[in-house]
Design a protein around this ligand. Structure first.
Ligand SMILES: [Zn+2]
Length: 194
């Protein structure tokens, strides 16, 4: 791959340097990645990026949206559904080029202060009838670390007695794994405005 250097910092962070933006994008799109069996959080560096390992409030996570109506397969549509989960970062190439329309894969910065959402009621305009319609869109998180609902940070969970970090959840296709994160918020599904 086009990786040409790795720099380590005292705080335990690593910089991965690539030969080109394109090679960097391939890695960013390909996650989740693991080092020695442990998931790593990858972020694209930008000026002013702060490193605070103790209190991780936000993390970038690849999310999979199933049953997304084709009318919403636009930059605006992706942005709308992703904004219900967090701050949209990017869609993967297969989604952007619509070469795989069984699901849309979007990288979203999620905040530990927000309860995870697994189902969205999305409203969109049906171009044939001209009316507004509502559809349920499923959301899967490709990987999430443990989340503390007391401290509102990622990385640990005060409500659990053992301090062992939670095993990463890897979701493939439509098969889901059992984890605290997979608890559906009954009757609290977020509705995206028209
Ligand atoms: Zn805590």
């Amino acid at each position: 791959m086009g990786l040409y250097d790795i720099l380590a910092t005292d705080s335990g962070h690593f910089f991965f340097k690539f030969n080109s933006d394109a090679e960097c994008e391939v890695i960013l799109e390909g996650g989740p990645w693991y080092i020695a069996g442990k998931p790593i959080i990858l972020r694209k560096w930008q000026p002013g990026l702060k490193f605070d390992k103790e209190a991780v409030k936000t993390i970038p996570v690849w999310c999979i949206f199933s049953y997304l109506p084709l009318e919403l397969w636009t930059a605006e549509g992706f942005s709308r559904v992703a904004s219900a989960i967090g701050r949209p970062i990017q869609v993967d190439r297969m989604t952007a080029t619509r070469r795989r329309i069984t699901y849309a894969r979007i990288c979203i910065e999620i905040n530990a202060e927000t309860e995870p959402i697994f189902e969205l009621d999305v409203q969109y305009r049906n171009p044939i009838t001209g009316g507004n319609e509502s559809v349920k869109v499923n959301v899967e998180y490709q990987w999430t670390p443990s989340r503390c609902t007391k401290c509102l940070v990622f990385g640990h969970d005060c409500s659990k007695n053992n301090t062992k970090p939670a095993q990463p959840v890897v979701v493939k296709g439509t098969e889901t794994t059992q984890d605290a994160w997979m608890t559906r918020r009954k009757g609290k599904d977020k509705i995206i405005g028209k």
